[in-house]
Design a protein. Structure first.
Length: 284
């Protein structure tokens, strides 16, 4: 990203947070950057285009924070707590902008913005899904989609508490506390043997609403999964998959063979599904 483009995005974030999206003009943005409108339009064709860039910029900052964590030799439980704490810290850092989004319901959503918001939601759901399976294993697999939904709801409620009520919360303590509540839920599900609300078929129908993954999405998820995997053979399989996917002309039989090696690994279900969706593989 060019320095001037970054400057425009950061000015947009600041002004949108202070004044609201609708009340901020392009003229105010360029004045804050010390550039002309012509220079603005070299990078962004409209204010909506800038808004999309802001979403991408902030989401990338969360991804980079998670990717930079030192997770070697940590258990799946410790990894999730560290990642959730980092995610909450990044969200809180941008709280003024997020509050603006919540309060200002009139932000015009073009198809690109709507698709990217769905992608952000999908990324968060995938992160929780993989983490829950890594922590609880096969015993929670039946309930993982419901657990994911409840986990997102609890986290969202605490985020709103911190933002709107300005509650001062220790993020490491909160992350640990939230995971402890997942322990209680898993124990309760197993004890009751109740049928889940969110079945595989139900979730597969919902997944059709979300945008197709791109190559960068797939590679990033493979790299993140390697932090949770301890088996050398599985790590080698993931490395081979990543190398093959990065080729200009990936060999589908090789990819299918590698997917066969990890098909029984619960923690890699979401990655397997993502790769199958990306290459439009027949999973029947």
């Amino acid at each position: 990203m060019k320095e001037k483009e970054k400057k425009i995005i950061e000015a947009g974030i600041s002004l949108f947070a202070k004044k609201g999206y609708s009340s901020t003009s392009i003229q105010e943005i360029v004045d804050a950057c010390g550039i002309s409108k012509g220079a603005f339009y070299l990078y962004f064709k409209s204010k909506e285009a800038l808004m999309l860039a802001v979403f991408k910029y902030q989401f990338q900052s969360i991804q980079e924070r998670l990717d930079s964590l030192a997770l070697d030799n940590l258990s799946p439980r410790e990894i999730f707590i560290a990642q959730l704490e980092a995610q909450l810290a990044e969200i809180y850092k941008n709280k003024e902008f997020i509050i603006m989004q919540i309060r200002e319901q009139a932000i015009p959503l073009n198809p690109e913005i709507e698709a990217f918001i769905r992608k952000m939601s999908q990324e968060i759901g995938s992160f929780y899904h993989s983490s829950l399976l890594a922590i609880y294993g096969e015993k929670a697999a039946k309930y993982v989609f419901d657990l994911n939904m409840i986990l997102q709801g609890i986290t969202h409620a605490y985020v709103k508490l911190m933002m709107f009520d300005k509650a001062n919360v220790d993020l490491r303590k909160l992350s640990t506390y939230i995971l402890n509540r997942m322990d209680d839920l898993v124990a309760g599900y197993i004890r009751s043997n109740e049928e889940p609300i969110l079945t595989d078929d139900f979730v597969n129908q919902l997944s059709e609403l979300y945008p197709e993954p791109n190559k960068e999405d797939v590679i990033r998820h493979i790299n993140l999964a390697k932090d949770r995997i301890k088996h050398e053979d599985t790590i080698i399989t993931l490395d081979v998959l990543a190398e093959e996917i990065m080729l200009d002309s990936p060999r589908i039989p090789v990819i299918q063979g590698m997917l066969g090696n990890i098909k029984n690994e619960p923690t890699l279900q979401s990655i397997t599904a993502m790769i199958e969706k990306f290459f439009k593989l027949d999973t029947k």
